[in-house]
Design a protein around this ligand. Structure first.
Ligand code: C5J
Length: 224
C-alpha cells in the first residue's frame, strides 16, 4: 500500500500499477494568447503558472513508467459534435470553429488545439480527444482505464472548476478513486479554484481527495 498525504485523509494506492496521471486540456487554446480562453475575455497567464509543476509530475510518472493520459477539448472540423447549446453560448469575440490567431477555435488538428510544447505527450502516452467538458463523455476513457486495471486517478490541468472538476465527478460516479493535485490545476478565477478544491474534499471526500504535487512526488518516491 502506498500513502499520499492528502485531505480529507490520506489517499491510498493499492499498488503503482493501478494509478494513472490524467492531465486535462493543457492546450494552447486555453493557455496561450489568441486562443479560446483569451477570446472569452480571460487572463491566460494565470494558467501558465502551473506548467512547471505539471511537468515535474509528468517527469516523475515517466521515470517510473506509470500510465499518463492527456486530454484535449476539441471538435470535428464540421462541428457535428458541438451542440448548439455549446456553440452559441459565450460572449467572446470568437466562437468555436471561428478562425483566430491560432487557427480555428477548439477544432481538432488546428495549431491552437495542440498541447503546449512544454507538456507535449511522448510516444506511448494516451491522448483522449473529447467534445465535452468531462473526459468520459463520448470517449473511450472508461474502457481504456478498465482494460488496464487502473482504479486510482491523479488529476492535473485546466480549468479547475470546468473540465477538471467535471471529469473528477464523472470518474467518481464510475467508481474511480480521484485525487486533485491542487498546485497542478488552475482557473481563470482564483475563487472558483478554491471553491472547487473545498467542494471536492468536503463531507469526507464527497468527490475525492486533494493534495499538493510535493506530496504526490514524496508518495511516489516510496515506490519500489
Ligand atoms: C473550458 C476546460 N474551460 N478545459 N474548458 O471550457 O476547462
Amino acid at each position: 500500500m502506498i500513502f499520499i498525504s492528502a485531505q480529507p485523509y490520506d489517499y491510498e494506492l493499492p499498488d503503482a500499477t493501478k494509478v494513472a496521471l490524467i492531465v486535462i486540456d493543457m492546450q494552447r487554446d486555453f493557455l496561450e494568447p489568441g486562443g479560446f480562453g483569451e477570446a472569452l475575455g480571460n487572463d491566460v497567464t494565470r494558467l501558465q503558472s502551473i506548467v512547471p509543476t505539471v511537468r515535474k509530475l509528468l517527469d516523475a510518472f515517466r521515470d517510473r513508467h506509470l500510465p499518463i493520459i492527456h486530454t484535449i477539448e476539441c471538435h470535428k472540423p464540421d462541428l457535428s459534435d458541438c451542440p448548439p447549446a455549446k456553440l452559441n453560448r459565450g460572449k467572446g469575440k470568437l466562437k468555436i470553429g471561428d478562425v483566430g490567431p491560432l487557427g480555428r477555435i477548439l477544432v481538432l488538428g488546428e495549431p491552437g488545439n495542440a498541447i503546449i510544447s512544454e507538456l507535449s505527450p511522448l510516444p506511448g502516452e494516451t491522448v483522449i480527444t473529447k467534445p465535452g467538458k468531462g473526459a468520459f463523455y463520448h470517449t473511450d476513457l472508461e474502457y481504456l482505464l478498465r482494460d488496464k486495471g487502473i482504479t486510482h486517478l491523479l488529476f492535473a490541468g485546466v480549468t479547475t472548476e470546468v473540465c477538471v472538476q467535471t471529469t473528477m465527478r464523472e470518474a467518481n460516479d464510475r467508481g474511480f478513486e480521484s485525487l486533485l493535485i491542487e498546485d497542478a490545476t488552475e482557473s481563470y478565477f482564483p475563487e472558483f479554484k478554491q471553491a472547487t478544491i473545498e467542494m471536492i474534499r468536503a463531507q469526507g471526500g464527497i468527490v475525492g481527495w486533494t493534495t499538493t504535487a510535493e506530496n504526490v512526488l514524496q508518495g511516489l518516491g516510496k515506490i519500489g
